[in-house]
Design a protein around this ligand. Sequence first.
Ligand code: CU
Length: 407
Amino acid sequence: MVVPTVHSRRRVLSWVAGLGGGAIAAAPAPGPAHRAAAHPAAYRPVTARPVAARPVTARTRTYFVAADTVVWNYAPQGRDLVDGRPFDATEAQVALPGPGRLGPAYLKSRYRRYTDATFTERYTGPDDDGFSGILGPVIRARVGDTVEVVFRNNTPYPASMHPHGVFYTEANEGALYDDGSATAGKAGDAVAPGATFTYRWQVPDRAGPGPGDPSSVVWLYHDHSAGMGVPGVQAGLTGPIVVTRADAATADATPCDVDREVFALFTEFDENLSPYLKDNIARFGRGQTLDPSNAAFQNSNRKETINGYLFGNGPSGTTDDHPALTLKRGSRVRWYVLDIGGARDAHTPHWHGNTVLVHGHREDVVQLLPATTVTADMRPDDPGIWLFHCHVDEHMLSGMSTRYRVL
Ligand SMILES: [Cu+2]
C-alpha cells in the first residue's frame, strides 16, 4: 500500500482505515489518526511497521514448484569465456569430456515453477532472466503474506523444500529428522517420487528486512529430505526466497525501489555426492570403466560454479562478446549473493569495475559461507565488460568466474 500524497482528507482517512484504525478514522480525535489527517506527509509508514497494522496487504501467494530431473551442462559454450579461448588442459578436467572423466553434462535435479497444479506448463516470468542458471524459482512475499508451495517431486529420489527465515510448523519444515512429529506430520519432510505436498510458510516481520537491511532480503530454500545428508542439494535443489517490506513492495512483492534484481549462487557442486552418480557414469561415461573412488575422477566431478556455470559460460546467447548478464549504467541493481555446500564453500564474490553497498558499507568483495546470503545494492557507473568472480584462488581458477556488462 502506498501512502497517499494528495492530501485529500477522504483519501487519508481511507488510508488510515486500511491500517486497521478504521474506528478512529471515522471520528478524528487526538492521536495518531488525527495527526495523520492533519500532517499526512509527516506520518509516512516507517520500516518496522507491525504486520498486524496492515491487514489489507496480506495475501496468500501460491507457487507450483516441481523437482525435475534434467540434463545440466556446466559449460554449454564449450570454451573459457572469461579468457576468451579454448579450455586449457587443466580446465578441461572439469569442463570437457575426456579419459577417466565424464565431462560438462550431468543428470541433475532442479526446482522449476509451473503455472498450476497439473504441472504441465512451465511458468516463465520476469525473474527468468537466464543468468540465474540452475537456481530454483524466486519465491516472493511481502511481510505479512503467507506462502503456499504446491510441491511435486518428479525425480526418482525423495525430495523436499526446506525454507530459511520464514515461519513454519514442524509439518511444513521440509526437513527429515527426529523432531518428535507423528508420522502424519512427516509427509513434507521427504516427499516420495511422484508425490505432491503443499507447504505453508508465514512471513512475519522477523522474516523480512531488519532495521539495517534494504527494502528486501533473501533467504535460501533447499532439499533437506535426507536428514543431515546432502545429496539433493548436490544434485541441484536450491533456490531463493525474497521477502520485501510491505511498504516498499509492488503487487507482485518485488521491491519498488530497485530496477533490477540479480541472483548469484556460489557453490561447488560435488557430483560425487549426487544421487545420480551411477546414472551419470552410465549415461555420460562413454563406455569407460570409471572408479568412483579414483581421486582424479572425483576431482573432475567437483564443479566450482556461479549459478551452475563454469568459466563465464551461461544460458543460450552467451558468447565471447556477450556476457551472460547486462546491466544498465545508472540503474539500481540489487544483487542477492548466495552460498550453499561444504567446507570448500567459503567464497568471496568480487565485482570488477563497480562497487556495492552492504549494510551501509561500501565493498567490492563480500564474504560468504555455506547457507549464508548477502544482499548488495549496486548503482553501476562504469561501462564495460567486467569480471565477477570468487576471489579464492582455487575457486576462480577452477571455473568460479564470469563476466557482466555495463551499458
Ligand atoms: Cu570461492
